[in-house]
Design a binder for this molecule. Structure first.
Ligand code: NAD
Ligand code: DAU
Length: 356
């Protein structure tokens, strides 16, 4: 059995990754270290209860002592780091937790991984991987007619969130370059799919529309994101982990650029078909333009040719099929939705949207 230490695996992408890895192979054990912030939800992995290949550990990537024990006890062959504060709007209201987890937490995890890795025999050192999950936002914002981001684009982060992720990416690079730690970094575009915390745009719009609430589109709704179905992302991560070249970074995108308004109107049309008797049909009548996000990046788009060429990955899901699967998942999982909204969710929604 090889052991993978996943951090932040109770969140959206991490939980989908754990589920997909355990579906894919029997010869792996996953140790999931997560401190369960508001975005971490143990229900995401409830289906693994009783599965001896999965172990949850409640802990923080910023706690070096804890990490040291964990490395010694479980002796992982790989670390896959999803743990982060991830919501841009929250980073604008308060950057400090982003610095603490995304920068200092990642540094602490890197340092403990390095100490452990240096203690391994040569064959273990060669096989070990530190896969760091990052974002396209580190590259800044594109004009509407600029070519998509490649791995060569200089970093130009614009929000406290993306600045903290860029700092973490630099540390990962430095650990690879200075110490030879076999690092891999992926920079992906906007994910969507089951289990995404409903403060992010797609689940927020789905749940608000189902409840006949306003659909708050920031600014004029013309900002563009490149949407990637989460299972396609997990597939890409598996391939990078098994076939990526240490020291390299890989961009991952969905070949799916859409304006926010296109995304919201597509959700509305799908809901009109799924729920034709909803009180507010057409659902588009719920769209409300609200004050723009400060410093709102205009456009992200990913050039995925390197990952396609080097590890043979391409996204499989179309936006229409992926979005319909996502909508149906939120309709079919009311207990998950209630749990996700049971913490400080209402406080956040009131704070963020009260003025609108
Ligand atoms: P998420 O907010 O859903 O989950 C983050 C998880 O990390 C939660 O389970 C949380 O409890 C955990 N966590 C936070 N701080 C921690 C700490 N100090 N120690 C241990 N655990 C901690 O995030 P997500 O959307 O699943 O994103 C996962 C990763 O992918 C992040 O690094 C994010 O920057 C990156 N990313 C996300 C997207 C996206 O569209 N969601 C796109 C690009 C990159
Ligand atoms: O690009 C990758 C990034 O995608 C990840 O690194 C982040 O962790 C992830 O949160 C996401 O960031 P965005 O800011 O792009 O995602 P969000 O879902 O918050 O917003 C998507 C777009 O929708 C963005 O242009 C802002 C807009 N928006 C968002 C919300 C919450 C609205 O118009 N209304 C809203 O209420």
């Amino acid at each position: 059995m090889s052991v993978i230490l996943v951090t932040g695996g109770a969140g959206f992408i991490g939980s989908n990754f754990i589920l997909s890895e355990l579906r894919r192979r029997d010869d792996v054990r996953i140790v999931n270290l997560d401190c369960l912030t508001y975005a971490g939800n143990p229900m995401n992995l409830a289906g693994l209860r009783g599965d001896s290949r999965y172990l949850f550990i409640h802990g923080n990537i910023g706690d070096g002592c804890w990490l040291r024990n964990l490395f010694e006890r479980y002796r992982p062959e790989a670390v896959v780091n999803f743990a982060a504060e991830t919501h841009v709007d929250r980073s604008i209201l308060g950057p400090e937790p982003f610095v603490r987890t995304n920068v200092m937490g990642t540094c602490c995890l890197l340092e403990e991984a390095r100490c452990y890795w240096e203690s391994l025999p040569a064959s273990g050192r060669k096989a070990f991987r530190f896969l760091h999950i990052s974002t396209d936002e580190v590259y800044g914002s594109l004009k509407l007619d600029s070519p998509p981001f490649t791995e060569e684009n200089p970093f130009a982060p614009n929000s406290p969130y993306s600045a903290s992720k860029a700092a973490a990416d630099h540390f990962v690079r430095a650990y690879g370059h200075t110490y030879g730690l076999p690092t891999l970094t992926t920079n992906c575009s906007n994910n969507y799919g089951p289990r995404q915390f409903p403060e992010k745009m797609i689940p927020l719009m789905i749940l608000n529309a189902l409840e006949g609430k306003a659909l708050p589109v920031y600014g004029d709704g013309r900002n563009v994101r490149d949407w990637l179905f989460v299972e396609d992302h997990c597939d890409a991560l598996h391939r990078v982990l098994t076939h990526g070249r240490p020291g390299e970074t890989y961009n991952i995108g969905g070949h799916c650029e859409k304006t926010n308004l296109e995304v919201v109107t597509t959700i509305c049309r799908m809901l009109d078909a799924i729920r034709p008797k909803a009180p507010r049909v057409p659902h588009e009548s719920l769209i409300t333009f609200v004050e723009d996000r400060p410093g709102h990046d205009l456009r992200y788009a990913i050039d995925s040719s390197k990952i396609e060429r080097e590890v043979g990955w391409t996204p499989k899901e179309t936006f229409e099929t992926g979005l319909e699967r996502t909508i149906r998942w939120y309709i079919e999982n009311p207990a998950w939705v209630a749990a996700a909204r049971s913490g400080d969710y209402h406080v956040w929604i009131k704070r963020q949207y009260a003025a609108q």
